[in-house]
Ligand binder design. Structure first.
Ligand SMILES: [Zn+2]
Ligand SMILES: [Zn+2]
Length: 289
């Protein structure tokens, strides 16, 4: 059980190590009761293309970042509270294999593991952490999630008007409500989606109409008056997924990275609280319960 690691020296050391690898680009991660459950490299589907990201699964948060130097230096840290996370397995198709969606109210994206086994391990560990957390807090799982963005490469034409072809001038934009890739004209309105951002976000015209005629997203604010538009009008490209940018840092490509879960393989299948631990495999940390 994860709880076994809570007060272990090895756990404290591992968390300090992760903190250290992010340096000043990350937030403090050492919090009483927090356990580093596992870590590894997953391929994250970003706006332009899939990119390797280092993921750290804690018992309460999922952290990922860009790899500057494998196992030594990471940056662009993202912290996702696990309470809000739900996973959906993706079918293999073409080169996209062993993937699943990580969905949260603010952001949703696809990740891919190197093998089917790794996928199964990751999903099981994440799901177990989420379930444990929700059980402890008595909270309910998040009921709505941000749309998964359609990758740029999958749209050569605007998915709304189906006329505008994307070029250097006619740039792609993502609707924050449905995730579709649309042209500037078809996404020239912004709306406040409080679950996603404190600022109004870009939506396509279909979603705009839908949102403004229904009360589904109970508190949205129309920010399309001219002064608000000016105030909030962000650069057309800079408003998109920032972790995509400036990260063409070489890392040891070709080398197969594997994940590490600190519980050993038996943990996730543990039968219950009072289980008789069959740990014939000694705890590699040297710390026992
Ligand atoms: Zn369009
Ligand atoms: Zn839309």
């Amino acid at each position: 059980m994860v709880d076994r690691l809570v007060n272990s020296e090895a756990n404290t050391r591992r968390i300090a190590m992760v903190e250290n690898c992010f340096g000043t680009s990350g937030q403090p991660l050492s919090v009483p009761g927090r356990v580093l459950v596992g870590e590894g490299v997953l391929t994250k589907m970003c706006r332009k293309k899939p990119k390797p990201r280092q993921f750290f699964l804690f018992n309460d948060i999922l952290v990922y970042g860009n790899i500057v130097l494998s196992k030594k230096k990471y940056n662009k840290q993202h912290v996702i509270p696990l309470e809000e996370v739900s996973l959906t397995s993706l079918e293999d198709s073409g080169h996209s294999r062993n993937g699943w969606l990580i969905k949260t109210p603010t952001k949703s994206f696809a990740v891919y593991a190197a093998t089917a086994t790794e996928k199964a391990e990751w999903m099981a560990h994440i799901n177990k952490c989420v379930t444990d957390l929700l059980r402890k807090s008595g909270k309910k799982a998040a009921d709505s999630h941000a749309a998964v963005w359609v990758p740029d490469s999958e749209a050569t034409f605007c998915m709304h008007c189906k006329k505008v072809q994307f070029t250097v001038v006619n740039r792609r934009h993502h609707c924050r409500k449905c995730g579709n890739v649309v042209c500037g004209q078809c996404s020239n309105k912004k709306i406040l989606l409080p679950r996603q951002s404190t600022k109004p976000v870009r939506v396509c015209l279909s979603c705009y109409d839908e949102l403004s005629t229904s009360k589904l997203e109970n508190e949205y604010v129309d920010f399309n008056t001219s002064e608000n538009k000016e105030k909030y009008n962000m650069d057309s490209s800079a408003d998109d997924d920032s972790d995509d940018d400036n990260d063409e840092v070489p890392h040891n490509q070709g080398k197969v990275e594997t994940m590490t879960f600190y519980e050993g393989n038996d943990s996730i299948h543990a039968v219950g609280e009072g289980e008789t631990t069959p740990s014939k495999s000694p705890d590699p940390t040297g710390v026992s319960a």
